[in-house]
Design a protein around this ligand. Structure first.
Ligand code: CA2
Length: 167
């Protein structure tokens, strides 16, 4: 086999390997792009990029691919959820931000694609203003984690990995 053919084969195998891996999508709602840069007293100093790096390392160690997506727009988050179904995403971890308390359409999309999801909140929404106490996402979620800071994302990932591995 020529060198270039064997390189191509290796590249093909790598692609196949990647496409065989289970995939988890991490969704972040509005204003979470500001994480680590504003209001550290509530949300801490870790950035979204830091969260992604930590989660990716943990997931890859278990042979699972992680994708992260943040948007300030409800429609874009719905489009990403719908695309996840055609892409074969098997689990979603979502911090819907303030859409937790206002959006009917995003949880409808999640139910529509029937991909299991875990809802994460960095802060304890029950210890904050009354309007944050209810989330439209919680009733259909596999689980909800709140108030544990950014560690909540890692705990959600471990729970998702356990469900994927034992599925
Ligand atoms: O605690 C959470 O994770 C929240 O989902 C965060 C939302 C809030 O509306 C929810 O009630 C609870 C707010 C996200 C805004 O994120 C920022 C991060 C840094 C600086 C400013 C906003």
């Amino acid at each position: 086999m020529s060198k270039s053919t064997s390189n191509k084969t290796r590249a093909g195998n790598d692609n196949q390997e990647r496409s065989r891996r289970a995939r988890i999508l991490v969704l972040h709602g509005p204003n979470l792009n500001l994480l680590g840069r504003r209001e550290p007293e509530i949300y801490g100093s870790t950035t979204l990029a830091d969260i992604h790096t930590t989660m990716e390392a943990r997931a890859l160690a278990r042979g699972v691919q992680i994708e992260s997506y943040q948007s300030n727009s409800e429609g874009e988050l719905i489009d990403r959820v719908q695309a996840a179904a055609t892409e074969g995403i098997e689990f979603i971890i979502i911090n819907p931000g303030a859409y937790s308390h206002t959006s009917i359409a995003i949880p409808d999309a999640l139910r529509g694609v029937a991909i299991p999801y875990i809802e994460v909140h960095i802060s304890n929404i029950h210890a904050r203003e009354a309007f944050r106490h209810h989330s439209h996402f919680s009733a259909s979620a596999t689980g909800v984690i709140c108030g544990l800071g950014v560690q909540g994302y890692e705990l959600a990932l471990d729970a998702a990995l356990a469900r994927l591995v034992h599925a």
